[in-house]
Design a protein around this ligand. Structure first.
Ligand code: ADP
Ligand code: MG
Length: 224
């Protein structure tokens, strides 16, 4: 537990610095993106369509990295309200599917009958997207991605399962530490953010991983 607290403190410092920087950087990026899009659509630049697409993709990737750093900022307040977790999943499903199909991945939803929960829906969306992004990145040549909701005696469980190669033992032992990544262009922030979001929701992460795939479970306590 002490280790967990120290880890969160470190995260807070990193997040604070990143938040200030990110706010400053984001506005000019938005301006650049707007003009790029405008020019890219002009007839005289049609020869450079591919380059414009690449530029916009790279800007979006930059923006995504900033979003991840911002998510670590401590002062972001949590807004809990009564939510239907299945509805949240259905809202972001098209996004996940669009990502998955380009890697030949089939997305399966198994949404059970679950009670409403007190959640920050924005944070839970981000948590699910971080899990599914990792799942997709673990199956670059296809497979099945399954999102499940179910209840047991202790609460409501959301699971994201993939058929990737599993998480290496050394990574597993350190999962949740910021900047831990095995990917060439990874930020190593996704799981750190997920642990923080879980912590803020008083929810517990539990990981099952092996050579046949990985299942990430998060359990929310039922509140009456
Ligand atoms: P990133 O995705 O930017 O590398 P994350 O914090 O999301 O950072 O994940 C950290 C590391 O955990 C990944 O680099 C990867 O090695 C491992 N990992 C996470 N999820 C999975 C998964 N579903 N299958 C295999 N490895 C995973
Ligand atoms: Mg990730």
């Amino acid at each position: 537990l002490e280790q967990d607290v120290a880890r969160l403190d470190r995260l807070n410092i990193v997040g604070q610095m990143a938040a200030n920087l990110a706010h400053e950087v984001r506005n000019p990026l938005t301006t650049v993106r707007g003009y790029l899009q405008l020019f890219g659509n002009k007839r005289e630049f049609q020869h450079y369509k591919e380059q414009f697409t690449l530029l916009l993709d790279e800007l979006d990737r930059t923006n995504h990295i900033i979003t991840e750093y911002l998510a670590l900022s401590k002062n972001k307040s949590i807004e809990m309200k009564k939510c239907n977790l299945n509805e949240i999943i259905l809202t972001i499903h098209p996004l996940i599917k669009a990502d998955a199909v380009s890697f030949n991945i089939e997305t399966v939803l198994e949404l059970g009958k679950i009670p409403n929960l007190y959640l920050d829906d924005k944070e839970i969306k981000q948590l699910i997207l971080n899990f599914t992004r990792n799942a997709i990145e673990a199956m670059p040549s296809g497979g099945k991605l399954t999102i499940t909701t179910t209840i047991d005696s202790k609460g409501t469980i959301l699971s994201v399962a993939d058929q990737g190669p599993g998480i290496p033992q050394q990574v597993l032992e350190n999962l949740g530490k910021p900047f831990l990544t095995t990917k060439a262009t990874g930020t190593g922030l996704g799981m750190a953010i997920c642990y923080r979001i879980a912590h803020r929701h008083n929810a517990k992460l539990d990981i099952n991983t092996g050579p046949a795939g990985t299942t990430i479970n998060i359990r929310f306590e039922t509140i009456n």
